[in-house]
Design a binder for this molecule. Structure first.
Ligand code: SF4
Length: 81
């Protein structure tokens, strides 16, 4: 499932450069994750990089977006060729 950024976000920007899929960008009020690009870091890392660097634990799995590991791997392939 894609990750999302909660209202806890303090706009530090630490996550943005860490995402291997360029899924994170500055939104109107807080940083946002494009679910079409988030693979939970499947394909490139063992753990979600945004979650690993977020100082306030604002990056969490979005339970509304269930995807299998195979789906996530396929998404990674689509994004990176
Ligand atoms: Fe990017 Fe990984 Fe965070 Fe998804 S979990 S937004 S792929 S850093």
């Amino acid at each position: 499932m894609a990750y999302k950024i909660t209202e806890e976000c303090i706009n530090c920007g630490a996550c943005e450069p860490e995402c291997p899929n360029q899924a994170i960008s500055a939104g109107d009020t807080i940083y946002v994750i494009d679910p079409e690009k988030c693979t939970e870091c499947v394909g490139s890392h063992d753990e979600s990089q945004c979650k690993a660097v977020c100082p306030v634990d604002a990056c969490i799995p979005d339970s509304d977006r269930q995807e299998s590991r195979e789906d996530l791997q396929a998404k990674y392939k689509r994004l990176h060729g």
